[in-house]
Design a protein around this ligand. Structure first.
Ligand SMILES: Cc1ncc(COP(=O)(O)O)c(C=O)c1O
Length: 396
């Protein structure tokens, strides 16, 4: 299979990790040699309830027996999508009420940017340096990392960038601004939390000038930081919230939610101004509904903060300079990119999956399933500490 993988399937880097997957369950992935890997990455924050969670599987199987795709998004009334958007509204603060379902995170970002332009009649979008919002043209236009987008220019015009957490630069938001888009917690940049009051100050400025605040919750969302959405820690409500990844319990989905008044403007002038074939797909919506029910009815969300404490107490080592993030969106920082690479590869050899962050070469990602157990956390951290000891020994 490996040869065919490299020959026929397009790659995103010259050196993919290339684990040959056989099956996955709970917090573990098994390869075709039946080697077992403890998963501290969860499909890059996507498998919020671990692999093959029984409630998600049951919901998918039930829906498979009823119907699959029947019509483009938004024309027919399909129970999974209706129940999902209704339940989501019940867990979101006013006025976030109406949700548009998409197939991926980046598409949801595209929709949110279009909605902001449509509602304000303005074009300028302000994003943050080192921001990541996805890889389609619009999302890439608001990516704050020139090196990765230069080759694809020209991108959409009238975008500009401010430094995340820099209060002075908030002044760049003006009456020309349609929207400010921020990750609530910057992911690719290295799991950078907003400083106290930063988001409140951005929101206040947006309100003063009539711009919208879009928060990208694609990574912190769906319980990963101990609340359903990360913004709930910071005492603000965005005008548009964008979600994805962990929302689908392992299936592809994205969504953006806004007030009814705003969202209804997408219906008309022009009508069909934002359409999708598969958004709201019934099987995927059923999986997302089961995921949301499980996350909000069980104790997994609250437990993430206890699990964070356990990680922080275990991951103490001379090669760990700092642990960043919140809940189960964590990254530890090593002294060099070389050590980061070594620890990720060594841990994979030893049966633990770790991963990089997009723009911070010193960071090692730890975003396990929210369902990970205390003993699994201990098992994985021991593998990390052993790998770091080996790296330290080799250097001395
Ligand atoms: C913060 C953030 N926004 C947007 C995206 C894009 O989501 P997708 O890969 O589903 O298009 C990602 C994916 O990594 C993300 O982390």
């Amino acid at each position: 299979m490996k040869q065919d993988f490299f020959k026929y399937q397009a790659q995103t880097t010259p050196h993919p990790l290339a684990i040959e997957v056989s099956y996955a369950t709970g917090s573990y992935i098994y390869d075709t040699n039946n080697k077992k890997y403890l998963d501290f990455v969860a499909g890059v924050s996507a498998c919020s309830l671990g692999h093959k969670h029984p409630r998600v599987i049951r919901a998918v199987k039930n829906q498979l027996d009823k119907y699959l795709h029947v019509m483009v998004y938004g024309e027919y009334i399909q129970q999974p999508a209706v129940e999902l958007t209704k339940l989501l509204a019940s867990h979101l603060p006013h006025p976030l009420e109406k949700t548009y379902l998409t197939n991926s995170g980046t598409e949801a970002i595209e929709g949110a940017l279009k909605l902001a332009r449509r509602v304000t009649g303005r074009s300028q979008i302000i994003a943050a340096k080192l921001a990541y919002h996805g890889n389609t043209m619009g999302s890439m236009s608001v990516m704050g990392y020139e090196e990765r987008k230069q080759a694809f220019r020209p991108l959409i015009p009238d975008t500009s960038f401010i430094t995340f957490n820099d209060e002075k630069e908030i002044q760049q938001i003006t009456h020309k601004t349609a929207a400010v888009i921020l990750e609530t917690i910057q992911g690719g940049a290295g799991f950078i939390e907003p400083k106290y009051e930063y988001l409140k100050k951005v929101k206040k400025k947006c309100q003063e000038v009539g711009a919208l605040l879009i928060l990208d919750e694609i990574q912190p969302g769906f319980g990963r930081t101990g609340t359903l959405f990360g913004f709930q820690h910071y005492g603000i409500v965005p005008d548009i919230v964008v979600m994805g990844k962990g929302m689908g319990g392992g299936l592809p989905i994205g969504a953006f939610t806004a007030s009814t008044t705003m969202m209804d403007q997408l219906q008309d002038n022009p009508k069909l101004g934002h359409i999708t074939t598969f958004g709201g797909n019934p099987v995927i919506a059923a999986a997302a509904l089961a995921t949301l029910q499980e996350i909000t009815e069980s104790d997994v969300m609250a437990a993430t903060l206890e699990k964070e404490k356990l990680f922080r107490s275990l991951l103490v080592h001379p090669l760990i300079k700092e642990i960043r993030g919140l809940g189960l969106m964590l990254a530890f920082i090593t002294p060099s990119a070389e050590i980061t690479n070594q620890v990720i590869l060594k841990c994979q050899d030893h049966g633990l999956i770790l991963f990089w962050l997009l723009f911070e070469p010193l960071a090692v990602r730890i975003t396990p399933p929210l369902t990970i157990s205390e003993s699994e956390i201990r098992e994985g951290c021991q593998i990390i500490l052993t790998a770091l000891d080996q790296i330290l020994d080799n250097k001395i």
